[in-house]
Design a protein around this ligand. Sequence first.
Ligand code: SAM
Ligand code: SF4
Length: 328
Amino acid sequence: MEDQFGRKINYLRISVTDRCNYRCVYCMPETGVTWQAHDNIMRFEEIVQVVKSAVKVGVTKIRLTGGEPLVRPGIVELVRMLNRIPEITDISMTTNGHLLAHQADALKEAGLKRVNISLDTFNPDLFKKITRNGDLSQVLAGIEAAEKAGLTPIKINMVVVRGINDSEILEFAKLTFQNPWHVRYIELMPIKNQTGWGSGFPNYEEGYISTHEMLKILEELNLNKFQQFTNQGPATLYKAQNAKGMIGFISPIDDDHFCARCNRLRLTADGHLRSCLMSEQEVDLLPAIRNGNNIDDMVQAAIRNKPAHHFLKEKLSPNDRSMMQIGG
Ligand code: SAM
Ligand code: SF4
């Protein structure tokens, strides 16, 4: 189905939990957020029901996210259930990688195709600071296991923050010479709960680095731009000569055409369908599902009402949920 701006919606991002084993500074406050009560979280059968409705309007791709999707018990079983829906041709996951090493094989076997792993630095101490106690060695083991399991191409997501990890931009790009990875730089987004950064981290305005500036830092690599087809996701892709992997930029702020390419819907862990990451507009599916109602109309309404674009340039961002409560 197309929305009112002619964007074909074929991609659903599902947040399977609002919980996380990390506390990344740009995502949530040190003290965490108030978790949803267990009963408010969608059960697997309910998620499958939403996917079956979404399939009817043309969704074929799913990404599991969170919070941290790998902390949800039974996540492998959910992948298996989703993989049984014939119209779903692509299931992927965004994870911090901490719990990936011992689950990679089972996830692959259940039908997961690929993983995006969030990794902002190769400095173990800085990693601990950014994630507030994460363990870099576990994430690296997760990447290795995912590669061995064939959850490829591995995509590494780096949120770039000035004065924190911008000195590693070039080093990350050079990883694509030895590895067939996609290294993707994500522009920092202003979103609820970043106010509590403290402990030496810059505020949003100080921390934000545009894609334009990152490309300047990578000038020496003579990157070749790849054709960006419409409806192929949010990243603008480049490749360095003789590199095995690709370099991508997720530029919600710097790229004026970012929203025009958006093909996605988002399902929060508590069953709200959200047509834009950066809009508070939501459809609450859970009561309807639990009352035994058909939700097809509600899914279609969410697509019809998808906002044309966000207002990040105007410094307007949602204040209802943090990134981890929406699903990033
Ligand atoms: N826990 C998983 C992870 O970290 O990959 C999945 C959820 S996380 C919310 C999804 C993505 O959002 C991650 O790649 C993370 O780096 C990114 N993210 C979180 N807060 C962000 C922010 N303020 N600006 C840009 N990206 C952000
Ligand atoms: Fe957790 Fe991912 Fe948010 Fe970090 S970015 S706190 S790993 S949900």
